[in-house]
Design a protein around this ligand. Structure first.
Ligand SMILES: N=c1c2ncn([C@@H]3O[C@H](COP(=O)(O)OP(=O)(O)OP(=O)(O)O)[C@@H](O)[C@H]3O)c2ncn1[C@@H]1O[C@H](COP(=O)(O)O)[C@@H](O)[C@H]1O
Length: 106
């Protein structure tokens, strides 16, 4: 997994465990999963708006917010980006099989 994502996941895990009052991650944890999911939805909408407006700097910022809030939600569900990447790799493997079979090779 990418180092930046791995480091951020570790920071999120530590902040959740420490539950410090000044930690944004901890405050998301205290507000509960429904609120975390709502936050992810808001960030997704902001990313959609940036894309429709073709605003590349805004898109980079919103995509970063989106990924951060996704990692927070995954952590709350005791999941991680490794689980997501494993699923993407599984799909990549499946598409390889489909491509081969459509070319008539086994
Ligand atoms: N990567 C991030 C990150 N990306 C986005 N955000 C926060 O996510 C929020 C984005 O929501 P909005 O754009 O809606 O802004 P907002 O209205 O201020 O947000 P709310 O108060 O409504 O939640 C902002 O408050 C950002 O600061 C982040 N907050 C923290 N991190 C990372 O998490 C680490 C731990 O943070 P703490 O828990 O605060 O120590 C930090 O060192 C950073 O590496």
């Amino acid at each position: 997994m990418n180092d930046t994502l791995a480091k951020l996941e570790e920071t999120i895990r530590m902040r959740r465990a420490a539950n410090a009052p000044d930690s944004y991650v901890a405050s998301l944890g205290r507000n509960g999963r429904a609120k975390m999911a709502e936050k992810l939805g808001e960030e997704a909408v902001e990313a959609v708006i940036a894309a429709v407006q073709d605003d590349k700097p805004a898109m980079v910022g919103e995509a970063a917010d989106l990924m951060f809030h996704l990692l927070v939600l995954l952590a709350d569900m005791d999941l991680s980006m490794a689980d997501v990447l494993a699923e993407l790799e599984r799909r990549e493997g499946l598409s390889g099989i489909t491509e081969k079979s459509s070319r008539g090779t086994s």
